[in-house]
Design a binder for this molecule. Structure first.
Ligand code: GRG
Length: 309
């Protein structure tokens, strides 16, 4: 991700920090050791390590930088949240690929978690990655010296985003199974706002919050990232329809195959593309007007719609 040298350092840093975190969690005192959980931990590691573009943690770190006016990555107060958020995201991908959900064999260029392990293990790995991040945020945050009021607000926002994702996924399932038949643009926008937008919005908002932003500033980052989230999802729909499984690292053409309600279906590729670009322009303008924009945040916003996987 974030192929530009300016942003690739964030993926590298997050990759390394996640491995260190998982190593720490497997330490005997953490409650995860013992033969019973070895397979489960392997499954978690499989879906967390060296994987993904790390857009959400990067967004959290960049929002914190924008508030602080400093880009010292080593001391970025959003790091515990950035890691927690990526863990949630990885868990959601494991669940999303299960046969009872989107039923996909390929993820991030390799076998999806239940194909590599088994359904029960993957279900549990996803479950663990739902609750573990709250613990990570609170305990790593405390070790970072973040005050408990900020941490509890961040944990609340993260748990709200997780609830939202789950509701968005439920709506997606209702639509794709035909239980809900009146899906229109409002339904689609709501579904994606919950399923994809909520975690991206929480990333930016929590990053800002941990850096000391006030309520108004947090709201602004939330709104900025929701626009990014919608553009991100529109791009995802376009890539699903136009790219290949090899490039995407996940099965292409699934939306059509599973009769999903998508922006491509409602608007067509060209109009969907134009809408995504417009959203990014609006998002960047919003941030600029308040003086909180940075070159890196704008680079990330552009990447959301220019990415090819
Ligand atoms: C267990 C937290 C949890 C949720 C269960 C399955 C589910 C409910 C929600 C699904 C959420 C989901 C998978 C939304 C799709 C978001 C999306 C387009 C993901 C792809 O994000 P990228 O491109 O992926 O950032 P990488 O692989 O780069 O990390």
């Amino acid at each position: 991700m974030l192929e530009t040298p300016t942003l690739s350092q964030y993926k590298t840093t997050v990759d390394k920090a996640l491995t260190e975190l998982l190593n720490k969690l497997t330490d005997a005192r953490s409650g995860f050791s013992g033969r019973a959980s070895l397979r489960l931990l392997d499954s978690v590691r499989y879906s967390v390590e060296d994987a993904g573009k790390r857009i959400r943690p990067t967004l959290a770190l960049l929002a914190a930088e924008a508030v602080l006016g400093s880009d010292n990555l080593k001391e970025n107060p959003a790091m515990p949240a950035a890691l927690a958020i990526e863990l949630v995201h990885c868990g959601s991908l494991i669940h999303d690929d299960l046969p009872c959900m989107d039923d996909d064999d390929l993820r991030r260029g390799k076998a999806s978690n239940h194909k590599k392990f088994d359904e029960a293990t993957s279900l549990l790995a996803g479950d663990l990655l739902l609750i573990l991040p709250i613990r990570v945020l609170l305990s790593e945050g405390r070790d970072y010296g973040i005050d408990s009021w900020k941490l509890s607000r961040a944990a609340l926002k993260l748990s709200e985003a997780i609830s939202s994702m789950i509701c968005g996924q439920a709506l997606d399932m209702d639509l794709s199974t035909g239980r809900l038949t009146d899906g229109d643009i409002d339904t689609l926008t709501l579904m994606q706002r919950c399923k994809t937008g909520a975690l991206l919005a929480a990333s930016a908002e929590i990053g800002a919050l941990l850096a000391g932003a006030d309520e108004d500033c947090c709201r602004l980052f939330n709104s900025f990232a929701h626009k990014l989230g919608l553009a991100f999802q529109i791009s995802d729909d376009i890539l699903d329809a136009t790219s290949s499984s090899e490039v995407l690292g996940k099965t292409a053409g699934k939306d059509d195959e599973q009769n999903k309600l998508t922006f491509v279906k409602l608007y067509g590729i060209d109009s969907a593309q134009a809408l995504a670009k417009e959203l990014i322009i609006e998002a960047k303008q919003e941030l600029r007007q308040t003086g909180l924009s940075t070159d890196k945040l704008e680079l990330l916003a552009d990447y959301v719609v220019s990415r090819n996987y």
